[in-house]
Design a protein around this ligand. Sequence first.
Ligand code: UFG
Length: 334
Amino acid sequence: MASVKKQETILVVGGAGYIGSHMVLLLIRRDYHVVVLDDLSSGHQQAVDPAAELIIGDMADAAILQDIFNRHNISAVMHFAAFMLIDVSVANPSEYYQNNVFKTLFLLDQMRTAGINYFIFSSTAAVFGESHYLPIDNAHPKNPVNPYGSSKLMVERILADYARAYGMRYAVLRYFNACGADPQGRIGELHDPETHLIPVALQAAAGRREHFFIFGNDYDTEDGTCRRDYIHVCDLADAHLLALEKIKHEAGNVSYNLGNGNGFTVQQVVDTVKQVTGCDFIVQQQARRAGDPAALIADASNAQNELGWKPNYQDLTTIIQHAWQWEQSRVFRL
Ligand code: UFG
């Protein structure tokens, strides 16, 4: 039976990137009309579902935004476009504040002028800085330890002020470690350079890298390697849609931590990568990477209770199987 076409059009800023492109797939599957704005500085044109309209350009280009807002009846903006390398943010904070804060502010003001009120924002566990307790809930102190985390927290605060002053409606979604790939293998994670644990380990398994390094084995964790909360990118996309529906139909704005609540250490991830791929690779121990907290685990109970969100892919093996399927058969490459 043909589904009823929704009238709504969503603008996905950064929809050619890793998480944004999975969001676009979900929106299209749910019969939304989707416009993607992406400058392709780190995203990939081929990652955007052809059913979406892709506009290549800067999110702080007034003419582009006005053209989008004039041509489409945009009901909400989902914002995924950000720089996200922690060490680069430390070395070049200006770039991070310009891109992640200033351009977001510009986008929000253009939305205001156009009368678009709903905004879904990609935030991060990095807003919390060092963990004082685990799992990390909404009330946990927010003291980012790098400009990347600060840039995201600044936007969270801007949103609260815009909500009070202008009635903007928003959802802040703080991702822990996004991972996995579309289960059908159409899209997946593809950064250049790639720094994230699972894709780096899979590239080592595939023979695309000679070395795999574990950054630090003297942390206060069960095996000495860092513990993280790996959350499937499709589960993240589900939470965005639920959050949008909530702020559209209920009063108030929301902020949620998104994770599985299960931690896995770097060593456990490496062991699972070897199991799933059936490929062995050389693992070398290296010094700690600057700025890595020992453990980050989400308390996502607010998202579960208030959105009815339940991650579908909590099992690390499944997450890595999806990422491996993508790594082996990527239809587009850099
Ligand atoms: N790691 C290795 N070897 C590698 C790559 C990573 O040992 O080759 C380790 C890291 O040191 C860390 C863990 O694997 O202990 C996870 O590292 P990732 O780079 O995959 O992810 P992070 O936890 O550093 O960062 C993620 C997001 C950030 C976000 C942060 C929030 O990628 O955008 O979580 O804390 F800001």
